[in-house]
Design a protein around this ligand. Structure first.
Ligand code: ADP
Ligand code: MG
Length: 625
């Protein structure tokens, strides 16, 4: 019998390889754009027709190719980017496999025009289904111009498999956006059937983001940066209130290569924990710079996966960077956080970021979901001390006495909401401080808002949202440390529940007790409440417990929150100040003080803003000055 094994002809081998590299027109867009970037182009034009099905053209002003290279570039495993296996560990270019052009040429009709700046003439090359059709010298601009026509012209099955133009165009736009974000210093334009869709000039990353996603992003971005000896993180995150219900604007780049990474996504989402509206996703474009030695990008031919040798460390730095951006940048410029004046020691100061909650976790919560205890945090240093009270400086100069409400002499008995945490410590540090600096510039508006003058203008705090934020963090800490404080009820109250609610209460009994509830089952579906958390107001223990269960159930079904976060949020919602509750001056002062000591002063746990800054500029603009 004859031997039957033969080597495949190149054309067939290329076509098979193309199956992996070229799945749709967007794959061609990605490969051509990346080649242009690797060729150090300053300006790149992308032209597509029929969502790339009939034409994808990329014109760059990069380094161009010699006549020989122009021919070589279509050979499989032909690349100028690596020469030996060791190079695989120091890759800085986007391409390195040398299979993209060979694959594309196997399944399309390709025309390439290319010229190096130093050469007088350029080269025109035509290749169809891996067969060279033409090669000649031509006059052309320096750079490279690839035309990829009629994708899958020779593979009808794949051509038929393509989706509608709208879907294919979406994929193309995704690729375009990624390349555009990663290379703001390169001018990029996109023409769709002769219509200019984007014309992005070279510039800063922030301008690029606005150019891509629209003017409203100007107000929505918070810069983000963190650096350790292992890794550098930079970029922008979107403020939580602008987050969207659908995913799509989350970008990670590792050494400028777009990657998907559910573990790092989790690091970002857990930093947003507690301040995002339900089921929504914030914008982020984060750039991770790391020595290529510490990564393996060779995991998949389409190369959006990546492996780090020290994933936990990178997680920690990303988390810290986002956390910092959230706590500092939203308000820092106007509030001078960096002034290092001690705020009152009784203020609530959570020292550690809370655990990631399942509602925001990627579909598979990573094994390392707890915050890694790693030395990189030391670099971050302690959270900046924020002393909003320092902003009262210059107060007297700016605000004439008679415009201010006369301060009420604070006494502990005037407190209108029971809160051990909110009660004044002996010595009334705050009132003393206010008196020392003049009249307090703080008053309550409509029983709902606290208005206070700060250095750069005016701060308006929503008392309910702010109190909810403070309590939420307190409860979460109590749950984590099992040390919630209880206050005894005056008279034990019987609460009778329906079977389902009773069952639920039993399931969360341990946690509820950690929060400070004390109760005992006294009859069927009935508990007797003997103690409630210290911060809650006495007298309505029954409705507090019932309300907590209601809120818990709602959070559970609507947000799918983890048990602890759900409980902390539910109880905070139930026991927070209600609109219309009158506050005394020390209460207001304390509330703002504690708010700024929280890990995220700007938002309540469900993402509603807790405060609004009206700086002088804004006020002046209201008067059209
Ligand atoms: P890779 O990018 O992985 O090296 P490709 O098949 O995409 O493989 O490209 C093969 C080679 O062709 C590249 O290594 C590069 O030398 C050359 N090349 C491709 N596109 C361009 C371009 N736009 N400008 C200059 N050279 C290019
Ligand atoms: Mg390439």
């Amino acid at each position: 019998m004859n031997d039957i094994i033969q080597l495949l002809p190149d054309a067939i081998a290329n076509q098979i390889a193309a199956g992996e590299v070229v799945q749709r027109p967007a794959s061609v867009v990605k490969e051509l754009l990346e080649n242009a970037i690797d060729a150090r182009a300053k300006s790149v034009q992308l032209i597509v027709r029929d969502a790339g099905k009939s034409l994808v053209q990329v014109i760059d002003d990069g380094m161009g190719m010699s006549e020989t290279d122009a021919r070589m570039c279509f050979e499989r495993h032909a690349t100028s980017k690596i020469r030996q296996s060791a190079d695989l560990f120091s890759i800085r270019t986007l391409g390195f496999r040398g299979e993209a052009l060979a694959s594309i040429a196997a399944v399309a009709q390709v025309e390439a025009r290319t010229r190096r700046a130093a050469d007088e003439l350029g080269t025109l090359l035509k290749i169809e289904g891996s067969a060279f059709k033409l090669q000649e010298s031509i006059a052309c601009l320096p750079g490279t111009n690839f035309c990829v026509k009629n994708l899958f012209f020779n593979v009808p099955a794949r051509r038929n498999f393509l989706r509608s133009n709208a879907v294919e165009m979406r994929h193309i736009l995704d690729e375009f956006q990624r390349v555009a974000l990663a290379n703001p210093e390169v001018a990029l334009s996109l023409y769709q059937n002769d219509l200019e869709t984007y014309n992005l000039s070279a510039g800063k990353l922030s301008h690029r983001i606005v150019g891509l996603f629209g003017k409203p992003y100007r107000e929505q971005l918070s810069p983000c940066s963190e650096e350790t000896s292992l890794v550098k993180v930079s970029g922008y995150i979107g403020k939580p209130e602008f987050s969207k219900k659908t995913r799509g604007e989350q970008f990670f780049f590792v050494n400028n290569r777009f990657v998907r990474h559910s573990y790092l996504h989790h690091a970002v989402m857990s930093a947003f924990e507690g301040i995002l509206p339900e089921e929504s996703f914030p914008f982020y474009a984060l750039f991770i710079e790391i020595d290529p030695e510490h990564i393996d990008i060779n995991v998949h031919p389409t190369k959006t996966e990546i492996k780090f040798d020290d994933e936990r460390n990178v997680y920690a730095v990303v988390h810290a960077a986002v956390r910092k951006a959230l706590s500092v940048h939203n308000i820092a410029p106007s509030l001078d956080f960096d002034i290092n004046i001690n705020y009152h020691t009784f203020a609530f100061t959570p020292q550690h970021p809370v655990n990631p909650s399942p509602s925001i976790a990627p579909s598979q919560p990573p094994a390392q979901s707890a915050m890694p205890e790693s030395p990189v945090f030391e670099k971050t240093g302690p959270r900046p001390r924020r002393d909003w009270a320092a902003l009262y400086e210059d107060f007297q100069k700016q605000f004439p006495k008679e415009q201010i409400q006369t301060p009420v002499e604070p006494t502990a008995t005037e407190l209108t909401f029971e809160s051990r945490a909110n009660q004044l410590p002996p010595g009334k540090a705050i009132s003393r401080q206010l008196r020392a600096e003049g009249e307090p510039a703080t008053f309550q508006l409509q029983g709902c808002y606290i208005v206070t003058q700060v250095k750069s203008g005016m701060l308006i705090v929503d008392q309910c949202a702010a109190h909810e934020r403070i309590l939420y963090e307190k409860y979460l800490l109590a749950l984590q440390k099992h040390n919630g404080t209880a206050q005894q009820t005056l008279f034990p109250q019987k609460v009778e529940l329906n079977a389902a609610d009773f069952q639920l209460l039993m399931e969360i009994a341990d946690e509820i007790q950690n929060l400070g509830f004390v109760f005992e089952v006294t009859a069927q579906h009935t508990v007797e409440v003997r103690g409630i958390p210290a911060e809650a107001s006495l007298g309505d223990e029954k409705s507090l417990l019932e309300g907590l269960i209601e809120q818990f159930k709602w959070h559970q079904s609507a947000l799918n929150l983890g048990k602890k976060e759900n409980l902390a949020r539910s109880l905070a919602r139930r026991s927070a100040l209600k609109p219309g509750m009158k506050l005394t001056l020390p209460e207001m002062t304390m509330l703002i003080d504690q708010l700024f000591a929280s890990s995220n002063p700007n938002y309540s746990p469900d993402g509603t803003p807790t405060l609004v800054m009206l700086n002088l500029e804004k006020i002046e603009s209201l008067f059209s000055r």
